[in-house]
Ligand binder design. Structure first.
Ligand code: AMP
Length: 455
């Protein structure tokens, strides 16, 4: 199968934009699904984050979008706020070749008012979480009469989160004559059920039968149950990954592991499924800007976590579901870098390892804990995060923060890390060695009347 975008019927301007943003060839999922998507078929696609699925449906949406009609023509439902933001960002990048395309992100946890006034101005594409979208549909603020594409992204997660009925209700409010695209990393039975309820003669596409990415180095260590903490510590001390997500199967284990790691001097944070959105956003930001190096999470709590390059995934406990295992480790090794997936397993879990081998279609590699040697190194992450109590709403821009830090505060450019600006708050990462200088400046310093504080 040809992997060049130019072999599929996309507008010249669209192809030029793809070249401009550096997409040279299609990913396997795009090569399989795009031709069908452009034929307006309903699709059910097995694809995980990192496969290029957003561009697959995004290009489909844009190919038939009428920019002169400012009505909602495509709706993308995502399980989490973070994913919705990522999808919108990717769609905006893909839509650069079209003039004035409005893409709105509508998620729960923020006041309705702002969203209502944005909707009044009209939009071509809406991306959001099901609960909030349904609220708008019911209220009449989000008319779906011009909808031509409905996308269900991360279908398995949408179902895990209990959105089945909400999705059916939203689909029922959309014109029957539409294209419905369903993406999911795994295929539990309810996915088939949902497909039957919202799609017509859906074509099924599974891109990489070889689930497990070759660029992931995967190792299994057998450990006795009471020795798992020590084994985890030995793995971290040996590999010293710059950023790690540790998976546990229960919230309580997550809490215990986080506490153990903190006690050992690591900057570790636990991600809980029931965390406030603001708290989750802060943790994700700190992790992405390298001021927290370890996140400990259950599968539920890790939803929406999409880090460009995650150095390692550690399974403190194996997931009882091999598909979930493959999904967990798929988070490392992206962006062309080799990933590291380390799993602790118990003697009694041989059957599970065989199922993982079947699922990934290759034998697992085992290593002995005795082979690990702790290396000297620092446990502190390289950056420290500070918050500014103002954001987009206050017209705060990254350049201004950078200018202030390198000007007034006197930091070197390379001491300023990632700057992340949200509606009413902004975060900036500062090199650990420069944090003290910045702290000294804090009491008298302001930016547009807003103040910084350590988080
Ligand atoms: P996704 O699976 O949609 O989350 O995409 C994963 C990443 O791959 C995103 O950062 C995309 O910008 C990028 N990407 C998608 N398609 C391509 C492509 N054909 N070539 C290069 N990068 C791509």
């Amino acid at each position: 199968m040809s992997r060049s975008f130019s072999n599929i019927p996309l507008a010249e301007t669209c192809l030029a934009n793809l070249a401009a943003i550096g997409y040279e060839t299609m990913t396997p999922i795009q090569a399989e699904s795009l031709p069908e998507i452009l034929k307006q078929k309903d699709l059910i696609v097995q694809a995980k984050t990192g496969s290029g699925k957003t561009a697959a449906f995004g290009l489909g949406i844009l190919a038939k979008l009428d920019p002169t009609v400012c009505r909602v023509q495509a709706l993308v439902l995502c399980p989490t706020h973070e994913l919705a933001e990522q999808v919108s960002t990717e769609l905006r990048r893909l839509a650069r070749f079209l003039p004035n395309i409005k893409i709105l992100t509508l998620c729960g946890g923020v006041p309705m008012q702002g969203q209502l006034s944005s909707l009044e101005h009209g939009a071509h594409i809406v991306v959001g979480t099901p609960g909030r979208i349904q609220k708008h549909v019911r209220k009449g603020s989000l008319p779906l009469s011009a909808l031509t594409t409905l996308v269900l992204d991360e279908g398995d997660r949408l179902l895990d989160m209990g959105f089945y009925d909400t999705i059916i209700a939203i689909a029922d409010a959309a014109p029957a004559h539409r294209q419905t695209l369903l993406f999911s990393a795994t295929f539990p039975e309810r996915i088939t059920e949902m497909s039957a309820a919202v799609q017509k003669q859906a074509v099924r596409i599974a891109a990489d039968t070889e689930h497990c990415d070759k660029s992931i180095r995967q190792l299994f260590y057998t450990v006795a149950h009471p020795e798992r903490n020590q084994a985890l510590y030995a793995l971290l001390a040996h590999y010293q990954p710059e950023s790690t997500v540790i998976f546990c199967n229960t919230r309580q284990t997550c809490k215990d592991v986080t506490e153990f790691l903190r006690h050992k001097g690591y900057s570790a944070a636990g991600l809980q499924g029931d965390m406030e959105q603001a708290q989750r956003t802060l943790l994700f930001t700190q992790f992405a800007n390298r001021s927290i190096s370890i996140l400990v999470a259950t599968d539920v709590a890790s939803r929406g976590l999409d880090i460009e390059s995650l150095a390692a995934v550690i399974n403190y406990e194996l997931s009882p579901d091999p598909e979930v295992h493959v999904h967990r480790i798929g988070r490392t090794g992206r962006a062309g870098k080799e990933g590291l997936a380390l799993s602790l397993c118990l003697d009694s879990q041989e059957y599970l390892i065989r199922r993982i081998e079947e699922c990934q279609k290759r034998p697992v590699t085992r290593a002995a804990l005795a082979s690990l040697t702790p290396r000297p190194g620092t446990l502190a992450p390289p950056m420290v995060t500070f918050a500014l109590n103002g954001g987009k709403r206050d017209k705060i821009r990254p350049g201004e923060i950078l200018g202030l830090l390198t000007g007034d505060v006197g930091l070197a450019g390379n001491q300023v890390g990632k700057i992340t600006i949200f509606d009413s708050i902004a975060y900036v990462a500062i090199a650990r060695e420069a944090a003290a200088t910045f702290k000294q400046w804090l009491p008298n310093g302001k930016l547009k009347g807003r103040v910084f504080k350590a988080v």
